[in-house]
Design a protein around this ligand. Structure first.
Ligand code: FES
Ligand SMILES: [Fe+2]
Length: 378
């Protein structure tokens, strides 16, 4: 079933192709090159953005059953996301309350409970401390469970804030992005558990690449850009987030096919960028790639982790298909996107006081940098 929301984007893409222009802003936008390499500014970005806004930490389908969990480290915070016996997904610091050892060491799994490898303190699926060997030695330790972070599940995705006690208002944070995520039917996906980890430069340089509809037919002309019509994109600025539509060469056919028979993914593609660090590409067909940016450890570095999801479980013959797709995107993003943006990173010092330019045809990048500036000023 084609989502009416995405069908409307297909019509806008066709109109953009007909008029020969993408969605545009009113003015060119400039970002000083030094803003991508200033360690003090980077520290403020971590404090004012990553430690302050809700972050997409997992998809619901990563942990469908009680006891399923994921773990990841984001901006120096080790996270453990667990689905409890009550069906609720919670996010904790992946830190034992005894002396701070790491609890879960695998990126995903299923557990009846979580036992610390060091002295075997044990926590249940809701994070409650349920076992302390030699308990009498601790008297009343004043600790009853893991440190919980504000966390909620919405539209098939799990969000958390990295500061305990922060106020999480997810509906206002997502705004209209919530409706678009719902249309992606994220809860109906199945993960391929082999992920790809790529070195990437400054997180904003990498993010600029995810939001860029302008480069597809140029940088990727020999690879994933062959079926695209470049620079006729739709851009929807949804709260702090962005949805980018990409026209394919077959976009003109959409009116000749009954909407029930329309395989929209043959005619267009979509990127949902969930600010500040998650890009979801696809989802209108039978697969979706989620790319998560991990800033750091220094201003000039980040890591990108790519996750592939499919509409059917990745087992049997699906494994070869999933692996093939994973390898294609590993190669394209490493050899084309990351290589290019690492090159920009190397050039920043020589650019001195000059600016990076974002044209009227780069609304998503302009929006990203406006969001960053607004949060830094708050
Ligand atoms: S640090 Fe976890 S039980 Fe001691
Ligand atoms: Fe790219």
């Amino acid at each position: 079933m084609t989502s009416p929301l995405f069908l409307e984007i297909a019509r806008r893409l066709r109109a953009n192709v007909d008029r020969g222009l993408p969605d545009q802003t009113d003015a060119v936008f400039r970002v000083p090159a030094r803003d991508y390499r200033d360690p003090a500014l980077w520290e403020r970005e971590m404090q004012s953005i990553f430690l302050r806004v809700p972050l997409l930490v997992a998809l619901s389908c990563d942990l469908p059953e009680p006891g399923d969990y994921c773990s990841l480290d984001l901006v120096g915070r080790p996270l453990l996301i667990v689905r409890g016996d009550d069906g609720r997904a919670r996010t904790f610091l992946n830190i034992c309350r005894h002396r701070g050892a790491r609890l879960a060491s695998q990126p995903w799994g299923h557990a009846r409970s979580f036992t610390c490898p060091y002295h075997s303190w044990t926590y249940d699926r809701e994070g409650v401390l349920v076992g302390v060997p030699e308990r009498e030695s601790f008297g009343e330790p004043g600790v009853d469970g893991l440190i919980a972070l504000p966390s909620e599940e919405r539209a098939g995705a799990i969000f958390a804030m990295l500061e305990p006690g922060a106020n999480l208002d997810l509906d206002s944070w997502l705004g209209e992005m919530g409706e678009s995520l719902a249309a992606l039917r994220l809860a109906d996906l199945y993960p391929y558990r082999t992920t790809t980890t790529l070195a990437s430069p400054n997180w904003k340089l990498a993010a600029d690449g995810y939001l860029d509809g302008y480069h597809i037919g140029y940088l990727h002309r020999e690879s994933i850009g062959t079926r695209a019509i470049t620079n006729r994109n739709t851009y929807d600025l949804l709260g702090s987030h962005v949805r980018v539509g990409f026209a394919h060469k077959r976009i003109g056919e959409i009116d000749t096919i009954a909407s029930d028979d329309l395989a929209l993914e043959d005619h267009m593609s979509l990127v949902h960028y969930v600010f500040p660090n998650v890009s979801m590409s696809g989802g209108i067909g039978d697969s979706l790639m989620l790319s998560r940016l991990f800033p750091g450890p220094t201003v000039d570095r980040s890591t990108t982790v790519q996750h592939q999801y499919f509409r059917q479980p990745v087992e049997g013959e699906m494994i070869a298909r999933a692996e093939q797709k994973r390898l294609v995107y590993e190669q394209v993003v490493r050899d084309e996107d990351c290589a290019t943006v690492f090159g920009i990173g190397d050039n920043l010092a020589a650019m001195a006081d000059r600016d990076i330019l974002f044209g009227r045809n780069e609304p998503a990048n302009q929006h990203l940098h406006r969001q960053i500036r607004a949060l830094l000023q708050d």
